[in-house]
Design a protein around this ligand. Structure first.
Ligand code: PRX
Length: 663
């Protein structure tokens, strides 16, 4: 395998593999775990029958006629079945007598700004919101854009859309007006749900102005529903804008839900690919809900009566969709939902939340774990974390050091860690240990879940032997899989199904260790993973060349001790630049990326250079630029058109400000 981000985890990984450290499941957890020995064999014997048994945990208005219809690469699951996602996530728990159970302990970023929402209250809120959307003319099949902070109304909005069979497209609140507009246009959403703003890093940030700006490009949007969160002033367009507290709260709090086909679109979620245009990943109802609820039950071993589950992610990403909203609610579990950043109100904020709400399961990303590590182990040590019984990790490869820190300082050596591998496209977890059954190793996602067939293959698609690395593929359809890319069937086929015949190509490198266990190593394409956020190099290059001073740009992901990878850009400019002007231009370009895409895409470093290294055929040598960005020796550069260019860039880089550790 060449030219992969994966190579970067080499030394740490091999040191660990030699050490072969592993942890057995704690016996008391194993005895009572949802997943018991034999589950892998049972699922392998008849995967479809196994998924059917998982589907029986849900409430279907009409049973399915056929579990799977597979017309590669198009899958239909639970064909002929009918259900309503919102009824499954809310109403049926109330009907079962659990209306008083807390659905969400919501914690705002400002101290003491909290709400407790039971399943019965959630039902009333969702019904009112569904009635309001009906009043705004939303019908089954219409797309609704949601651009909100982490407030309960965001979840309510999603469930209200699901209740009406209107696919939602949630756009992360950190995205710029430009990014918002392109997503609204691509999905052709006619209604937008937003808020005046939200709290982030101690201050009220605004959302509505971005919507106003975005909608200048989206003339077909006829209604905007606005939650008042911060009370800040907003511009108002009477004929288009509606306050949530006026329109929603005057609605009846009951709503008769219709059952939809299992394949009714549930949502679109935009994610970065290898081109500048984000992909609208489409998920449908039945299979997705089966997948997220089953994996939530088995991987997190949840017990609805006793657990307090906390996915510390934003609902603007797939992790929030599957493990804040659909999985936990389908299972009738109590969750914590926290609005802010881990250090709002002090760097021990998370540990105060765990202590106060007696959180039993915590699910977060390695980048946050590394940040918490930097803040020191004294902070968690000063709090009672004894309620925790299980820890999860998601979003990027977890380095063994962070894994061990998490286990020792947060899990106090009692809690198993589930390192869960999955993607926006997979809908839910595909590779993870099962607590109670699977041993864990620091840094390994271990094995495919029951009902999932995965493999690691070489360039030709042949399985690699134990001890070897290659590409991760999924070799059979699974219920939560994407059903396509919105409006672009060709790209769906090309991106996922053309590299290895008959298999889904995930875009990740993986290794099978000597025991046959799986280690996920990161992307093998031009997609970066910065703080667990998936960002495309092409999208940032596109933004940079959109600036009037930029002639050419090349972006690479360089390894970073905290964020996993960081964005490094090499830019050639039009006209002359000198001294101070260069610094000002770099600052301007970083800001330009933040406002065109999002602050999460802002380059850590931009190097202005008179030229970029190219092959004789004119292709930019990104691999070489990555070596430069990571201060590696360059080796043989003789295939280059002009090797002095790269030498010059390399010299510049070694003396430039803004590298790793500078900020
Ligand atoms: O590279 C893999 C990495 O995140 C990518 C998917 O990103 P996204 O669609 O934004 O979804 C993130 C949350 C599910 C994957 O292609 N990734 C995700 N989980 C892991 C991981 N890499 C290593 N280990 C993981 N546990």
């Amino acid at each position: 395998m060449t030219d992969t981000n994966a190579e970067q985890s080499g030394p740490a990984l091999s040191a660990l593999l030699q050490e072969r450290r592993q942890f057995a499941p704690p016996p008391e957890l194993a005895a009572a775990a949802n997943a018991q020995p034999g589950i892998y064999e049972e699922a392998a014997a008849d995967p479809l029958a196994w998924w059917e048994r998982q589907a029986e945990h849900l409430q279907w208005e009409r049973p399915w006629d056929q579990v799977l219809q597979w017309d590669l690469p198009y899958a239909k699951w639970f064909v002929g079945g009918k259900l309503n996602a919102s009824v499954n996530c809310v109403d049926r728990h109330v009907t079962a007598g659990n209306g008083d159970r807390v659905a969400f302990h919501w914690i705002g970023e400002p101290e003491n700004d909290t709400r407790t929402i039971t399943y019965a209250e959630l039902q009333r809120m969702v019904c009112q919101a569904a009635n309001a959307l009906v009043e705004l003319g939303v019908k089954a099949g219409d797309r609704v854009a949601i651009y909100m902070p982490m407030v309960p109304e965001a979840v309510v909005a999603m469930l209200a859309c699901a209740r009406l069979g209107a696919p939602h497209s949630v756009i992360f609140g950190g995205f710029s007006a430009e990014a918002l507009a392109s997503r609204i246009l691509d999905a052709d959403a006619r209604v937008v749900i937003t808020a005046d703003g939200g709290y982030r890093r101690g201050t009220a940030s605004a959302l509505k102005p971005s919507v106003d700006l975005a909608l200048e490009q989206c003339p077909d949007v006829r209604a905007v529903l606005v939650v008042r969160r911060t009370g800040q002033d907003v511009l108002w367009r009477e004929e288009r804008d509606h306050w949530w507290h006026e329109l929603v709260e005057r609605q009846p709090d009951t709503h008769q839900a219709e059952a939809f086909d299992a394949e009714q679109p549930l949502y679109i979620m935009y994610t970065s690919g290898t081109t500048a245009k984000p992909k609208g990943i489409l998920h449908t109802t039945g299979g997705y809900l089966v997948h997220t609820s089953a994996t939530h039950r088995l991987v997190f071993d949840v017990k609805p009566e006793t657990d307090v589950f906390w996915t510390a992610a934003d609902i603007g990403w797939v992790t929030g969709h599957s493990y804040i909203v659909y999985g936990p609610l389908a299972n009738g579990v109590t969750s914590v939902m926290y609005e802010g950043t881990p250090d709002a109100g002090g760097q021990d904020r998370w540990w105060r939340i765990v202590e106060q709400y007696k959180v039993t399961i915590l699910y977060t990303a390695p980048t946050t774990i590394r940040t918490l590590m930097k803040w020191g182990e004294e902070l968690p040590a000063a709090h009672d974390l004894s309620s925790l019984r299980l820890l999860g990790s998601v979003g990027e490869p977890i380095n063994p050091e962070a894994w061990m820190w998490y286990r020792t300082n947060i899990g106090r050596d009692r809690c198993p860690i589930v390192d869960t591998w999955w993607q926006t496209e997979t809908g839910g977890i595909l590779i993870s240990p099962l607590p109670g059954i699977t041993a864990t190793k620091p840094g390994a996602a271990m094995r495919p879940l029951p009902g999932i067939s995965a493999d690691v293959v070489d360039n030709e698609g042949a399985s690699v032997a134990n001890g070897e690395g290659g590409y991760l593929v999924i070799t059979a359809p699974w219920p939560g899989m994407l059903r396509g890319i919105w409006g672009d069937p060709e790209r769906y086929q090309d991106t996922y199904w053309s590299r290895f015949a008959g298999s889904y190509f995930a875009g990740d490198g993986a290794k099978r260790d000597d025991d046959g266990d799986l280690w996920l190593l990161g992307r093998v394409d031009d997609v970066m993973n910065v703080s667990g956020h998936r960002i495309s190099t092409a999208e940032i290059e596109h933004a940079l060349v959109g600036h009037p001073r930029v002639a050419e740009a090349a972006v690479v992901g360089a390894s970073d001790p905290t964020t996993g990878q960081a964005v490094v850009a090499f830019v050639t400019v039009k006209g002359e630049i000198a001294g101070e002007d260069g610094e000002a231009l770099v600052a301007e370009l970083r800001e330009h990326v933040a406002t065109t895409i999002s602050p999460i895409a802002k380059p850590r470093q931009i190097l202005l250079t008179p030229d970029l290294p190219k092959t004789r055929s004119g292709k930019i040598m990104r691999r070489l630029l990555r070596d430069v960005a990571e201060h590696r020796d360059l080796g043989d550069v003789t295939t280059l058109l002009d090797s002095s260019v790269v030498q010059m860039i390399d010299d510049k880089m070694r003396t430039a400000p803004g590298g790793a550790g500078d900020e």
